[in-house]
Design a protein around this ligand. Structure first.
Ligand code: FAD
Length: 507
């Protein structure tokens, strides 16, 4: 018996494990592979993912290891989107291997006490009103594991999604690409970037020791899982470029399509979905890892509060409301990129129009924020209309009685935060009933003298805000109750969460 069983040790599963452990929730992660993959799928973290990881102190070391690219592309539009001036503390895309991100997340999850079991494959699950029972296979045979909640972070072909009976509506793949991590006989033959020939184009991404080659699959087989051979990739590359570029020593050959699907329910009873298990989309914009992290970050504190018994009734459902909407936006923008990439005359006027829109700084910024998820804004209660409400609050430089700090630093504990910037700290007293769930900090913020107080969710999104001219605490209690549940009775103390179920259940 554990609090949460996470199926899948990819980016979503590993970040969710760290978030749950941070909140003291028991976690077992099962991964069907015997060890972490050596093959690397993704190569980037975008601005939004870096902002989120920074709120747990996880971005800095990764930023120090990767290359910063201060712009982005919208496939199909001949424009460069600049990230400077967007709503982020990290105005760039970071070139870093997905395998390295997973390594860092796993290290953190283990350090926080997560139990990660490789070589464990989920085969079936059953849930009732009290728990979920998973049937797992290992080299030793079949095992059963019971959990209060089960998180399906098991990728696009999610067994959890199927077993839970969650439908996955959307559009099937109509186009396929071949991918090969290979060596080139002539290392200079295909430098980084697109190479267009009479028969099509080939994208080359040089990596240490190999080159990733991507080109259209001209004749995908009826069974799309049919293995890709080096000969097939060689022929596709040569035909596209109408010249021979010798490929050798393939270390990974695969095929991927442009299917777009979104789980109908991110939460069904005691089963939740995150990452590719909840959504698949065309690869345009290279965003899969980033959205998976975004889901896990949104889910972690909500699921933890639900397990601990402090969550208001709607909290877990707000995960579906917020991230299903975000998933729909990802599907829409990646599908739009595929459409615009089609060389069809009738799309010409649309391409011209959007190119003109992105020539305006505001239009360029809007596109950049849409494809990176920086435009994410969750509904708040109450909503005073301030532009920061619902959005990730910037990493403000602050001075507290303990000395200088930053907003992101104050969030690393994974708890709610009431930042009281009033002279004399008059707002924080209003939140004493939530002291077991919300840290209250008095500070000054020289860059924003107009701010009086901010309430942040554990994921750093602004839930309530007061500025100069309105120094009342109207709405603060409503916001606290909305995200954190009822105030604790005056004698409940601050360490044990009010109404903790974890404490009551043998784990
Ligand atoms: C070729 C390629 C290139 C990509 N490039 C990029 C990129 O540049 N940038 C980017 O952001 N994204 C990229 N992506 C997408 C990205 O890799 C995925 O979106 C991301 O890995 C999703 O993370 P996840 O944790 O949801 O799922 P996954 O990373 O797929 O992890 C799921 C895990 O669950 C395990 N699992 C599955 N079933 C079971 C089971 N029944 N029991 C136990 N374990 C199970 C799997 O073994 C796997 O380890 C790329 C994808 C591909 C295929």
């Amino acid at each position: 018996m554990t609090d949460v069983l996470i199926v899948g040790a990819g980016p979503a599963g590993l970040l969710l494990a760290t978030e749950l452990r941070l909140a003291g929730v028991g976690v077992v992660v099962v991964e069907r592979h015997a060890q972490r993959p050596s093959l690397c799928r993704g190569f980037n973290l975008n601005a939004r993912a870096l902002d989120l990881l920074a709120r747990r102190g996880l971005a800095e070391r990764l930023v120090g290891e990767g290359r910063q690219v201060p712009h982005a592309a919208f496939s199909g539009l001949p424009v460069t989107l600049t990230l400077a001036g967007t709503h982020t503390d990290h105005p760039y895309s970071l070139g870093i291997a997905q395998t390295r991100v997973e390594e860092v997340l796993e290290e953190r999850a283990l350090a926080l006490g997560a139990d990660i079991r490789y070589g464990h494959e989920l085969r079936a699950l059953e849930q009732d009103s009290e728990s979920v029972t998973a049937t797992l296979t290992t080299a030793d045979g079949e095992h059963r594991l019971q959990a209060a909640y089960l998180a399906g972070c098991d990728g696009g072909r999610s067994t959890v999604r199927t077993q839970a009976g969650i439908s996955f509506p959307g559009t099937p793949a109509t186009r396929f690409s071949l991918l090969g991590d290979v060596e080139l006989a002539d290392p200079e033959a295909l430098p980084f970037g697109p190479h267009t020939g009479p028969g099509g184009s080939v994208f080359a991404i040089p990596r240490p020791g190999y080159v990733r080659i991507i080109t259209a699959d001209p004749q995908p087989p009826a069974d799309k899982d049919t293995p890709v051979t080096l000969d097939l990739l060689q022929t596709a590359v040569d035909d596209a470029l109408a010249r021979h570029v010798e490929l050798r020593a393939a270390r990974w050959l695969t095929r991927f399509g442009d299917a777009a699907r979104l789980a109908a329910e991110y939460v069904r009873g005691r089963v939740v979905l995150a990452g590719d298990a909840a959504h698949i989309h065309p690869p345009a914009g290279a965003i899969g890892v980033n959205v998976a992290l975004d889901d896990a970050f949104n889910l972690g504190w909500k699921l933890a509060a639900t397990v601990r018994g402090t969550a208001p009734a709607h909290l877990l459902d707000s995960y579906h409301a917020e991230r299903h909407t975000a998933g729909a936006h990802v599907l829409a923008n990646t599908r739009a990129q595929v459409l615009l990439g089609e060389a069809e005359d009738r799309l010409g006027p649309l391409t011209d129009l959007l190119t003109r829109v992105t020539a305006h700084p505001a239009g360029n910024r809007a596109f950049a924020e849409i494809i990176t998820g920086l435009d994410t804004r969750y509904a708040t209660r109450p909503d005073s209309g301030h532009p920061w409400l619902g959005r990730l609050a910037p990493d403000l430089a602050l001075t507290t009685p303990q000395g200088p700090t930053r907003l992101a630093q104050l969030l690393t504990r994974g708890r709610g935060l009431l930042l009281d910037l009033t002279v004399g700290g008059t707002v924080r007293e209003s939140a004493t009933g939530w002291a077991d769930r919300v840290d209250s900090v008095t500070a000054t913020c020289p860059a924003h003298p107009e701010l009086h107080a901010l309430l942040l969710r554990p994921d750093g999104h602004t839930a309530w805000l007061r500025t100069a001219g309105d120094d009342s605490t109207d709405g603060l209690h409503e916001a606290l109750r909305h995200w954190y549940g009822a105030a604790a009775p005056p004698d409940a103390g601050t360490t044990a969460p009010y109404g903790s179920r974890t404490a009551r259940r043998a784990s």
